[in-house]
Design a protein around this ligand. Structure first.
Ligand SMILES: [Zn+2]
Length: 986
């Protein structure tokens, strides 16, 4: 345990300390402790509500992006997902705000830059952040009333949890099916093989935690009364932890909480800590999972070994474990990466790998996906642990980790408060003292002293205490070909059992309830009880960020960067890339930060990177011209470091760009491709709607077409194809190595190179300018003009509509239509239209009625595309119909008034005006050519949009216009695919 040496220290924060006198009383709260943390420029105040025992943590910091959170310890009693369904239903209406879904309605009555609610394994957490003080008070009130006084009506339970309902609500002859938002959300989760592996692992090693999100097979066992009881038992001040962060006065928040808590007394018992299984000896669990259609049969196993290593309450030991797992598993020079992945035992680490300290126990897990021989894996892991427990650790790598921690502390983040809250609250609900987690410098100092005194035994003892020759938990997931079909059969049988129990009058209840729910969903409500900020609260004038041209090709932004320099370079590729090489560009960019040079292994380069810089990255980017929407194709490289270490950034750039040797490191190239292939399917499951949207949009704009070849179906197919020819040396040489070498010759050149520097003083700029010109002089000056002009990149055919076939439990649908360029006057009303459609129409149709987890429309200003999408959707074709009729709805049915328009604008400005980090200031000018003037114009256009403008663009761009449709998900005979569709199998 750490001691609070600074507790009574004489830091010059006496002003803040005087404001929060220890022992003092503020609105029923007693100040228990105050902790100044000067290295993070904050003061933490620990308070307890005398009457109820509710705990409050305030973090006083001069940051306008204020945060409020409320959290409860919610141990799940079973796998029905009751904490998760409660998290949804509390937000469906409360005593003071008795409207349907005030949470969603507040999304467009607020200027918050973050609003959410999350169910963790054993806690539930409601955070938001905003820079506007009135908004902060509004949202705080809605959150407090929602959690302590929710209406929790049966209809909310049916809508958000699960229900039996006719597939066509109005037709009592149609089939009765399962519906419900959480039910479909969790079915979607199960389709994600990585999630499925993780949750089954979690259920096996930590059965007491019970799957708080809900197992779809168990969700349908939950009754309405269980939900009400769970709320009563858990959402009580004595079981609550609230947090405020930022520069708004604490008193107002405490006053509001105190008012609320007047209605409650103190409860002595709240949920205790839940513990994982005990491991007196090795324990092995095997589960069945979905086979990955994109991987060969012999590479389907996922397996892991886990050791239980004490508890997070010991903050220092947990820190040591974090450093240790970082040393052993992170990066190309780590022993586990080299001997498990480079050696080919597995394709990538499994998702549960590393240190997990989010619950009441620490787990250290080593796991792999794409494993052939599980015994070989286990033996290797044991051997490695036995070896490292008796060998010295590389001091440079330890020092590099310390450097990374120090740098990340200096790096300015716009959502610092939110990140801090999200890192403190989960462990706080499991009794980890948040003050100990904030003692950053003390932990580092103690670590440095221990390392000095104890040397390698610091880590070796830890390994011997918990891991070497200690029992472990062995978990393996084996693929089953018809896994998805089995789940469908299970659902049909479960549904059948429910239906068998229904008599005539029950069926009538189901029918009438469906109608009633729909009626409620369709009802136009009076929302005047909900607070709102006003469009007039949005400043008409935007922030501007002065960017200077130092040299013709060097742009600079000087701002307070805490002694850090951020350096970026870009080179426009114009017509230098032949069409057949376009899809290889992302692999090329990835290779540069994975392979190594002719004289150095990548592991050495990476070690130097961590020791001297905050990181180096390379990428290929396509952006649309703000005036013409024409595509610009760029190669980009960036890096950051302390001002005193910038020469390392250029040195590393030089190594990666000039020195990367595709031939010599062809084995590493194969590892890279295998790793990419092994993550293909989960990448789609994670963001199926972006895949569908990307595919649909590629029919209309060259920029989207190129982007599709980088991130979409074509990219998956390429990686798949390359993965299948890795064993054939000749094809590998021709299809991979030669192509990447050719790209290197075409891309790496000083011609047309431009730089953007963010730093804190003129002398640093001058020194950087010198380093830049030296860097440029070392690059070749080649220029290729025989490639495909990005403007001529071929579009995908708009017809027919496409199903991209994946073995998921749910679908993702998308529809795209062309809009206008960033500077065109119609862009602003199109964006307002997309927001109106989302909040006033599609949310009800696609989520509430359709049962999809999410759905809406978005207008992408820079690309000039209007996109519709649904997420985890049980009825994709229905959603597409709704999308197709959106123009008609806007013009003929919608009764949008000026208040609706204002709400749409508020939602848009939440994003536009969200605080940005210092390093991002002015960068959009460099990367997308959007000037301060263009931004200001667009801002005014958005503020001035009228209903007439919206109608005009709805008619011009939406009504009876041909769009392009795509759906990602399984092909279900007779259901998902009309005959005239094309089906893409991967
Ligand atoms: Zn949810």
């Amino acid at each position: 345990m750490l001691r609070f040496q600074r507790y009574a220290s004489s830091y010059a924060q006496s002003r803040v300390l005087r404001r929060y006198p220890v022992g003092g009383l503020i609105h029923g709260y007693e100040v228990r402790r105050v902790l100044p943390v000067p290295e993070l420029k904050l003061t933490a105040v620990d308070l307890v509500h005398e009457r109820t025992g509710a705990e409050h943590l305030h973090i006083d910091r001069d940051d306008k992006n204020n945060v409020f959170t409320i959290g409860f310890k919610t141990n799940p009693p079973n796998a029905t997902g009751v904490p998760h369904i409660l998290e949804h239903t509390t937000l469906c209406g409360s005593v003071k705000y008795p409207v349907r879904d005030p949470f969603f309605k507040m999304l467009n009555r607020s200027l918050s830059n973050f609003m959410n609610a999350m169910t963790g394994p054993d806690y539930t957490f409601y955070p938001f952040s905003t820079t506007n003080r009135a908004d902060f008070a509004n949202l705080r009130d809605v959150y407090v009333d929602a959690t302590f006084n929710p209406l929790l009506t049966p209809e909310d339970f049916y809508q958000e949890g699960w229900r039996l309902e006719h597939s066509d609500v109005k037709d009592s002859k149609s089939d009765i099916v399962f519906k419900g938002v959480v039910y479909n959300e969790m079915k979607g989760q199960v389709s994600n093989a990585n999630y499925y592996f993780w949750i089954k692992f979690q259920e096996s090693i930590y059965p007491s935690l019970n799957n708080s999100g809900g197992d779809p097979q168990k969700i349908t066992d939950l009754f309405y009364q269980d939900l009400v009881d769970f709320h009563h038992a858990h959402y009580h001040p004595s079981n609550a932890k609230t947090l405020t962060y930022g520069n708004f006065p604490l008193e107002e928040s405490l006053q509001r909480l105190n008012e609320e808590f007047e209605n409650f007394g103190k409860r002595s018992r709240s949920d205790g800590k839940l513990l994982p299984i005990e491991l007196p000896q090795d324990l092995e669990v095997r589960k069945a999972g979905q086979a990955d259609p994109m991987l060969p049969p012999e590479r389907q196993l996922k397996t892991s070994m886990t050791w239980i290593c004490g508890e997070p309450q010991d903050t220092y030991e947990t820190f040591l474990l974090r450093v240790l797992s970082n040393l052993l598993m992170d990066g190309h020079s780590s022993v586990f990466y080299q001997r498990l992945i480079e050696s080919g035992i597995g394709l990538d680490f499994s998702v549960n790998s590393g240190l997990d300290s989010a619950s009441a126990a620490n787990f250290v897990t080593i796991g792999l996906q794409g494993v052939q021989d599980v015994d070989e894996f286990r033996k290797t892991v044991k051997d490695i642990f036995a070896e490292v427990a008796n060998k010295p650790f590389n001091r440079d790598r330890i020092e590099a980790i310390m450097q990374q921690l120090e740098l990340s502390k200096k790096d300015h983040k716009s959502d610092f408060g939110l990140q801090l809250a999200c890192s403190l609250v989960p462990s706080w609900t499991n009794k980890v003292d948040p003050f100990e987690s904030l003692l950053f410098d003390e932990i580092l100092q103690r670590f440095r002293e221990d390392l000095e005194n104890k040397g390698d035994s610091l880590f070796q003892d830890l390994l011997k205490k918990y891991i070497v020759d200690k029992p472990s938990f062995l978990f393996t997931m084996e693929p089953v070909e018809d896994f998805s079909q089995r789940l469908e059969v299970e659902e049909k049988e479960r549904l059948g059992r429910k239906l068998d129990q229904l008599d005539e009058s029950d069926r009538e209840v189901v029918y009438n309830r469906g109608l009633l729910l729909q009626e409620k969903q369709n009802a136009k409500e009076d929302l005047s009880c909900l607070p709102s900020v006003k469009v007039s609260d949005i400043p008409r004038k935007d922030d501007t960020f002065e960017v200077r041209r130092q040299e013709p090709n060097i742009w600079t932004r000087i701002t307070d960067t805490n002694g850090i320099s951020y350096i970026r370079a870009k080179r426009e590729l114009s017509n230098s890339i032949p069409q057949e090489l376009y899809p290889y560009l992302p692999l090329f960019a990835d290779s540069l930060t994975s392979l190594g040079t002719s004289t150095e292994d990548y592991s050495d380069i990476e070690d130097a990177m961590k020791l001297h810089t905050g990181g180096i990255s390379t990428m290929i980017d396509v952006s649309s011209d703000p005036i013409t929407t024409k595509p610009h194709l760029y190669f980009r490289v960036s890096g950051w470091s302390l001002n005193s270490k910038t020469e390392h950034v250029f040195d590393l750039w030089k190594k990666l760009l000039l020195g990367t040797d595709f031939q010599k490191h062809s084995e590493k190239l194969k590892i890279l491709i295998r790793g990419l292939a092994s993550n293909n399917t989960s990448a789609v499951a994670e963001a199926g709607h972006s895949f569908a949207r990307g595919y649909a949009a590629a029919s209309f704009s060259a920029a989207r077409g190129i982007s599709e070849s980088f991130n979409g179906v074509e990219q998956l197919q390429l990686i798949n194809r390359l993965n299948s020819l890795l064993d054939d040396e000749e094809s590998f040489q021709r299809e991979v190595v030669d192509k990447l070498v050719e790209l290197k010759n075409r891309i790496i050149s000083s011609q047309g190179l431009e730089f953007f520097i963010t730093t804190d003083s003129d002398p640093v700029v001058s020194s950087l300018a010198k380093q830049i010109s030296q860097f440029e002089s070392q690059l070749p000056q080649t220029l290729h003009n025989d490639g495909l002009d990005p403007t001529s990149f071929p579009l995908l055919p708009q017809k027919p509509s496409t199903l991209i076939n994946f073995p998921f439990q749910v679908h993702y649908a998308a529809r795209s239509l062309p809009g206008v360029s960033y500077t065109h006057g119609d862009g602003a009303p199109l964006q307002v239209l997309a927001n109106l459609l989302t909040f006033k129409h599609l949310h009800t149709e696609v989520r509430e009625k359709g049962g999809a987890y999410g759905g809406g429309a978005s207008y992408s200003a820079l690309e000039g595309m209007l996109n519709f999408f649904s997420y985890r959707d049980p009825r994709p074709l229905q959603s597409l119909k709704t999308f197709e009729n959106a123009g008609q709805h806007a013009l003929q049915e919608a009764q949008w008034d000026s208040a609706d328009l204002d709400e749409a604008k508020l939602t848009i400005f939440q994003r536009l005006d969200a605080p940005i980090s210092r390093k991002s200031e002015g960068v959009s000018l460099f990367y997308s050519g959007v000037t301060d003037e263009m931004r200001q114009n667009r801002r005014e256009q958005l503020l001035d949009v009228t209903r007439k403008d919206v109608d005009r663009v709805a008619e011009k761009y939406l009504l009876n216009k041909d769009g392009s449709n795509a759906v990602v998900g399984p092909e279900i005979e007779g259901e998902t695919v009309p005959p005239n569709w094309q089906i893409k199998n991967l």
